[in-house]
Design a protein around this ligand. Sequence first.
Ligand code: A2P
Ligand code: MG
Ligand code: MG
Ligand code: MG
Length: 363
Amino acid sequence: MSDYRKEQEVAIEAVRRASLITQKVLQTSISSLTKSDKSPVTVGDFSAQAIINAILAKHFSDDKIVGEEDADDLRSKDADKVALKEKVIGLVNEGLMAEGADQLEKPLSETEILEAIDKGNCQGGVKGRMWTLDPIDGTKGFLRGGQYAVCLALIVDGEVRLGVMGCPNLPIDKSAKKPQEGNLDEVKQRDDLGVIFVASEGKGAFQRPLHATSSTQLTPIKTREITPEILSKASFCESVEAGHSSQGTNAKIAEFLGISSPSVRMDSQAKYASVARGDGDIYLRLPVGDGSYQEKIWDHAAGCLIVTEAGGKVSDAKGRPLDFSIGRTLKNNKGVVAAHASVHAKVIEAVRKALEEEGRGHL
Ligand SMILES: Nc1ncnc2c1ncn2[C@@H]1O[C@H](COP(=O)(O)O)[C@@H](O)[C@H]1OP(=O)(O)O
Ligand SMILES: [Mg+2]
Ligand SMILES: [Mg+2]
Ligand SMILES: [Mg+2]
């Protein structure tokens, strides 16, 4: 097994810088626009993608990047988009020139920044080294002051080897109260929020405060011990957005498992992080409708490895491993189930029963 120590160091610094810039956007103002698929994208998403891609390109110039965003909208002559681009340029240079490792001495030009964003255009695949990046996962959460995550993973020959996830709105201490969903004022005021999660294949999972210096020790994290006998006491989490996973099916699965407490709804891969550090036991993401939506690799790669390395198991709704080797999407999989390894099979059995009851057993 290779040692990805250098990659880990670079990825943590890139995610740290990008996460801090998204926090700055939250504290000031969030300019956004709507993409052609009707989903929102903000100055924070573009800036974070540019910062991370620029740092990756500096250290690993031959690596490919599969990123969510591209710079097409920022090349538009439309006045609103020009204004948004100017903000992105300012934020990217602020992020890259701030003190710390990889500090840039002179600002990047507009062309360099747009090119950095567009480095995320790789189509994925089974061979070689590629990074996958979701500069802001849970943009809708970000806009309403909910949870969001800056997610970066290294995939080598189709397998996730390294995952780094910045969660600027999660408490450093897992037992501290999470900010009330959608309370932007609360996340602006609290100073105990901001975590980076890290996992490297075969080396375990860790967390560190977002605001710490890069020399800070990583603290190991573990999923909560839960046996099939006490599964009814488990807590499960799911998306806030009803269109992203079938909350009705999730509720039925919980009922089959005897879980009586209501779900914890949370945007983004922060759900994976919560399961990984034992602040939740099960993450359910059951497909909606006919299941035609194909999950994107950047929405799961980092979270999947972090849960696995923390002692959990991640699969699709049928119990199959997530296949990151076939392009930009997980088209061989439907839905996602993450849980402590010892109860995962029991959860999958409940998923099968629930989907069959709904006449969706073929999914
Ligand atoms: N129909 C859909 N089903 C599942 N996930 C979706 C769907 N539409 C968008 N997403 C993605 O779900 C992620 C957020 O998930 P969550 O609900 O767990 O917070 C986002 O990355 C979002 O993509 P996008 O970034 O394009 O908005
Ligand atoms: Mg996403
Ligand atoms: Mg995103
Ligand atoms: Mg998006």
